[in-house]
Every structure is written in C-alpha cells, then in structure tokens.
Design a protein around this ligand. Structure first.
Ligand SMILES: [Zn+2]
Length: 247
C-alpha cells in the first residue's frame, strides 16, 4: 500500500511516497490512499511521479486492514484523548518539580498568560550560585541548619524566570497552595489566579496569612481537579523501535 500526504507536490519523492510495512498506520490524519497502485518512488522520475499523483484517484481513508478486509472509508477524525490546557499546564509544573533536589518536597509552578502561552516555569531549589550540596535540606533542627532560610520556592523562581515583560492577568499553576511569601510576589506581579493541587498545609499560619492576602487583593484561587490520576510520558511513543533492542 502506498500513501502520500496532501500538498505532496512540493515534497521530495522520498517524502512523498512511503510503503506501509507494519500494521501501525503511518499517518493519523489527512492521509490518502492510491488505488491504482503506482510503481515505487525510486522507479519514477519526479515529473512522472507528479503526473501520477495528479491523475490518481485518491480517497481520504483509514489504511487498508492488513488482514485483507474491506477498505474502511470512514472519515479520519482528530484525536479525542488529548490533554486539556489545564492538564498541560499542571503537567508542566509537575514535570518541572522533578528537577528539585529537595528530598522532602518537590514543587513546580507554571505561569500562563491570557493567550495560553507559558511565560514562566520554576521549581523549589537553592538560589543560583548557592551550592545545593553545601546548604542544608533538613526540615527540623536549628533554623539556620534547615532548608527554610535558603530555598527559593517554585512560584518565586517561576516569577523570576519569566520571559515576558509583565505577568499581569496571568494564571499560575502550582502543586502546593502558595505560602504567604509567594502570595505577596504573585500579588505584586499582577497574577490574577492561582490553580493548585494540594492545600495540605492550610492550617499553618503562613498559609492562613497567604489566603488573607490573596482575598484582600482579589486574587482567585481554586483547586485543580484532574480527570485522571496520572499522565504518563513514554519516550518510545514516537518510535517503538527505540527500546526494542533492550526488551
Ligand atoms: Zn512559597
């Protein structure tokens, strides 16, 4: 079976025609199928190839089943199981959190503007130039020997890492409800809304103070309710052969 993409006349012959050698469809959308079974690309000049394409009868269809069944002529529709904008932004925050060296708390933040463009990403970590091997990561003990005086929070890093001139009216997606210090920065940066996953420290004073500040400043906050418990990244999804030799 031979496939070619729409607008194929501008492509090289190498790109133009592909032989399907597996049961996995080569293209998920916009594919067309030759019914007159033209010869292989390598056996045709480019002009001949273009001529064949112009005269070939093409239909938009699913690839012919490998079991020799009837041609499926149903229209090819878009994917339905793509992630939502909110799942995307919160996933970016959670992926960013995986960069954190903090052994007890990994938090990520993703700031998004009014056009759904990501304008800042951050995670909790020690300040630039301050060794995360030398500074303490403990949660308890003498204050100066804990992480608290030193760690930059995810929201703070996301704000400082911004790639936009202004964060006015942006939304921040973050794993944990922001502390009072992060709330102050969000307010001053002009962020209009905070979307969080967990508010597990809500009874601690810094988070009570945070809510007090956000309420006074009129900044909305709401919990993110995921549709599923996890979103999985598989590096071989684009090429299943990538790890085939290892299994
Ligand atoms: Zn904070």
């Amino acid at each position: 079976m031979l496939y070619h993409m729409s607008c194929a006349l501008c492509m090289s012959s190498k790109t133009l025609l592909l032989r399907s050698q597996s049961a996995v469809p080569l293209f998920s959308a916009g594919q067309v199928i030759f019914r007159n079974n033209p010869p292989s690309a390598s056996a045709m000049s480019k002009d001949t190839l273009h001529s064949k394409i112009k005269t070939a009868e093409v239909v938009t269809a699913h690839p012919e089943p490998q079991n020799g069944g009837a041609l499926d002529t149903r229209p090819v529709k878009k994917r339905e199981n793509y992630i939502s904008w909110e799942e995307y932004f919160m996933s970016v925050a959670f992926l960013s959190a995986q960069r954190s060296k903090d052994p007890s708390s990994q938090v990520g933040a993703c700031i998004v503007d009014e056009e759904n463009k990501i304008v800042g990403i951050g995670y909790n970590g020690m300040p630039t130039g301050c060794s995360d091997d030398e500074l303490p990561w403990a949660r308890e003990g003498l204050y100066l020997e804990t992480k608290y005086p030193y760690v930059v929070h995810a929201e703070q890093n996301a704000i400082m890492n911004r790639n936009a001139a202004s964060l006015k009216n942006c939304i921040v997606y973050v794993g944990l409800f922001p502390c009072n210090e992060c709330a102050k920065l969000c307010i001053q940066a002009g962020i209009k809304e905070i979307v969080f996953v967990s508010d597990k420290y809500k009874d601690q004073e810094v988070f009570i103070a945070s809510r007090r500040l956000l309420d006074m400043a009129g900044i909305k906050y709401r919990q993110f309710i995921p549709r599923s418990r996890s979103i999985v990244l598989n590096f071989d999804v684009i090429d299943p052969a990538l790890f085939a030799a290892q299994t």
